[in-house]
Design a protein around this ligand. Sequence first.
Ligand code: AMP
Length: 177
Amino acid sequence: MAEELERSIRSIPDYPKEGIIFRDITTLLGDARAFRRAVDALVQPWAGSKIDQVAGIEARGFILGGAVAHQLSAGFLPVRKKGKLPFQTMEMEYALEYGTDTIEIHVDAVKPGEKVILVDDLIATGGTAEAAVKLLRAAGADIVAACFIVDLPVLEGRKKIEALGVPVRTLVEFDGH
Ligand code: AMP
């Protein structure tokens, strides 16, 4: 299964800058069988358990998170880049290679104690997912797991999330950045 998923992901060298290999999941999304398999595999450990909400990280995490939420009969909660959400928000800043970025959720997006699964397409350094876990917890969420199609193990993002006490599920690993 991992091989089939791996083949369905397009790798683009030196995008968006030299030295980065961009793992493009639009080819996976466009392959009906691969898309279904990826969504099924992401949720498989939680099929049958009560999950209240799936939090997807903008933007590719929205596509996967929506499908995962539907599969688990859960709600969907968008974690967005700063300035995009219309109602009152809570935010979390996190470090990038150069500078910082900020993600936001609506103040009423989570009810205290709700069981939430975090979803994105890929975990690299884990900085984005770490900020999302901290933000969702600050809002009262019980983060059950964080799920990604792709892991870049050399960047050790998984360890960062596991160190927060959150189990991590990934489906495919790629070498390099
Ligand atoms: P990080 O915070 O370093 O874990 O970066 C994760 C975010 O950046 C995810 O939303 C990914 O979609 C995106 N990202 C980072 N590296 C790559 C890559 N090599 N290919 C595709 N997306 C990437």
